[in-house]
Design a protein around this ligand. Structure first.
Ligand code: ZN
Length: 245
């Protein structure tokens, strides 16, 4: 009788474990995606970052994706990408491109982090002075070689170490579908002085500076810049669908 009872109990125990695991997964997702508690600080940081973006020289900056197709999700509040009626704060700009398209380093800096877990999937973070830029959903994985963490995407010819210096415009990975996503895109996150900001602000300023430079200096158009004017000129009007994180 006791044995029968234990057998009955086991599936329930399993269910409890599954619930506990789901709870922690849910906690992880909500903590990384829900509304920031100090929104006023974020907004203050954003205003400052916008001014910095407008006052910076972006002539050498690179558009972060090759074969860019469309902006699929803007920075800011949006309906939960996983369904349901909830809202979340999307801390980046989503840019769709075909699977395997190369991702380019936006601004020269040092690799501070690589990862392949969580909603961001396979990712890389690069620090450029006060700016921090993160690239999510890439192909490949993290490998530890000789005690150093690397982002490795062999078929893409990518192997980048934490601590490595990367110039602007260099290929740092390829568009994939790792992490929380339903379609191939780059989730591009941007921070200035630890405050998340809207990457579209920087892209618009880059576009106006580099577009002006290309128009006036016919001898040396920026090689790293491929603005695709019709689709790029107005980042805010190009969100065609929502592909997740
Ligand atoms: Zn995103």
């Amino acid at each position: 009788m006791k044995r029968a009872f234990e057998l009955l109990l086991q599936p329930q125990r399993k269910a409890v474990y599954v619930k506990i695991i789901l709870f922690f997964i849910g906690l992880g997702i909500t903590s990384s995606l829900t509304v920031l508690p100090k929104l006023n600080l974020v907004e203050a940081g954003e205003i400052r970052a916008n001014q910095i973006a407008l006052n910076s020289n972006w002539q050498a900056a690179s558009f972060p994706v090759e074969n860019f197709q469309a902006y699929t999700s803007a920075y800011g509040y949006r309906r939960s990408a996983t369904g349901g009626g909830g809202w979340e704060f999307h801390r980046g700009l989503d840019m769709a491109a075909p699977m395997g398209s190369y991702i380019r380093n936006w601004w020269g800096g040092t690799v501070t982090k690589v990862g392949d877990r969580g909603a961001c999937g396979t990712n890389i973070t690069i620090q450029s002075g006060e700016w921090e830029h993160v690239y999510c959903h890439m192909q490949g994985q993290v490998e530890i070689i000789g005690g150093i963490r690397y982002l490795v995407d062999r078929s893409g010819g990518i192997q980048i170490a934490v601590g490595q210096q990367i110039p602007a415009g260099v290929r740092i990975g390829r568009i994939g579908m790792t992490g929380r996503t339903t379609g191939p895109h780059l989730h591009w996150g941007l921070k200035y002085s630890n405050n998340y900001i809207d990457p579209a602000v920087v892209l618009r300023e880059m576009y106006s500076q580099q577009g002006a430079a290309t128009a006036s200096a016919t001898t040396s158009p920026s090689p790293s810049w491929n603005p695709q004017p019709s689709s790029f000129a107005s980042p805010s009007s190009q969100y065609i669908r929502n592909w997740g994180y």
